[in-house]
Design a protein around this ligand. Structure first.
Ligand code: AMP
Ligand code: MG
Length: 408
């Protein structure tokens, strides 16, 4: 084969990022097993069932202001204050012609009252309350059910519960909710060169940094995460470890050994003890990326290079885990930004170059490269707050050209 036809064959065997994402999406069956928890414990978790309201919010007509309440049909510009309606201690009884009550925010309105005037807009003379000539009637009232009606959806199944959701559910009297059980994830590093922190580095050895990046990337209250340690470049041991892990976990993530070197066994082992869905993506950094299943366990074999790990995690693994955890996967927002540094790129793979995105006072987005883009260069990757997405057929970008970015 000529070099050119080799390149073409290689490109054909690579899935595009979108194809890989679609295949993962199609292969993944979201978890449905659920548990009921007290409301506070649902924070950050995925709701298993849609929650409906059993009450109206507000459940009684109440005042939106501190002021004076009256019935507009009985209004005259001076009213007699006949009592107080406090939040939690309503004024009982109807208001007669010429009467009003002092009322505070959140206090229930007397039966026939339909107007509240702010206290700042009246003049008080003992029990006589003088209203302005241009007084507006039927204002500052919160109507029954104007927020939520009985039977309305409060939160849909699949929603990741936020602080505001907790507030709405609590306001509706919901004490406990059903959430998807946590996703059990284990990650391993692979490689004979890896040394755990705390041990001295001898010649040819490097510290295992990928397990630390993954520790950070996997912080999520929907995940129950285990650090599986380092697996040496030993096929039998890799096979043993992964087979065992597949029994105990929903997801296995490995880094390293996913490529075609003589010490790269991940794809082979996956093929022998499970099913390979794909193992190469036209992405940079991160071409060798194996996805498949071992029994019922999903498997992601990420590349070894540290920046390829974090990038492929963000682009490929993160949405997959979100889907598996039962949540509605939301595509990250894309921005158009003007490039302020030149970018080098050759055709063939979709690149996710690390960039620093800034917004000018007038609202335009500008992006600069973080510098060296090698997949082993962590010191520039840490500067990034975005990925600059450069499609397969895109080549070098000059200063002033518009590029697409997503925030990290
Ligand atoms: P591999 O995919 O195993 O060929 O590894 C590619 C590159 O990533 C090599 O330079 C490895 O030494 C490096 N690498 C692999 N695993 C790790 C890790 N856990 N921490 C840091 N570097 C790693
Ligand atoms: Mg290796």
């Amino acid at each position: 084969m000529t070099l050119e036809s080799c390149v073409i064959t290689e490109k054909k065997s690579l899935l595009t990022v979108e194809e890989a994402q679609q295949r993962i999406h199609d292969a993944i069956l979201p978890l449905t097993e659920n548990v009921s928890v007290p409301l506070k414990q649902a924070f950050g978790r995925v709701l298993a069932e849609t929650v409906f309201s059993t009450i109206d919010l507000p459940s009684a007509r109440n005042s939106a202001m501190d002021g004076y309440a009256f019935a507009s049909e009985n209004f005259v510009t001076t009213l007699t204050n006949v009592g107080i309606s406090w939040a939690g201690k309503p004024f009982e009884g109807e208001l007669k012609k010429g009467e009003c009550v002092r009322i505070f925010t959140g206090a229930v309105l007397p039966e026939n009252a339909d107007s509240v005037v702010m206290q700042e807009h009246v003049t008080v003379d003992d029990t006589q309350i003088h209203f302005p000539d241009d007084v507006k009637l039927k204002k500052n009232i919160r109507e029954i059910g104007e927020d939520v009606r009985v039977g309305d959806v409060l939160c849909n199944a699949g929603k990741t519960i936020t602080a505001v959701d907790l507030g709405l559910l609590a306001a509706s009297g919901i004490e406990s909710v059903s959430i998807i059980r946590p996703l059990k994830i284990v990650y391993f590093s692979t490689g004979d060169e890896l040394v755990p922190l705390g041990e001295p580095l001898t010649r040819g050895k490097i510290y295992d940094s990928n397990r630390y990046s993954l520790h950070g990337l996997l912080q999520n209250s929907c995940y129950d995460v285990t650090d599986g340690g380092i697996i040496p470049d030993d096929k039998a041991e890799l096979k043993r470890t992964l087979t065992q892990a597949a029994h105990d976990f929903d997801v296995i993530i490995t880094t390293g050994g996913a490529s075609v070197g003589d010490a790269d066994f991940v794809k082979e082992v996956l093929a022998e003890c499970g099913d390979v869905n794909f193992w190469k993506i036209a992405i940079k950094p991160g071409k060798p990326l194996a996805f498949g299943k071992i029994g019922a366990c999903y498997f992601f074999g990420l590349p070894g290079n540290p920046v390829a790990v974090t990038t492929t995690f963000d682009i490929i693994v993160k949405p997959a885990l979100a889907r598996l955890a039962g949540t509605n996967v939301i595509k990250p927002w894309q921005f158009k930004a003007i490039c302020t540094t030149p970018l080098k790129k050759s055709r063939g793979r979709q690149e996710y170059q690390r960039g620093v995105l800034q917004q000018s006072d007038s609202g335009e987005f500008y992006v600069a490269s973080t510098g060296q883009q090698g997949s082993h260069i962590l010191s520039t990757a840490i500067l990034a707050n975005c990925y600059i997405i450069m499609p397969n057929n895109c080549t070098d970008v000059e200063i002033g050209e518009t590029v697409t970015v997503i925030s990290i």
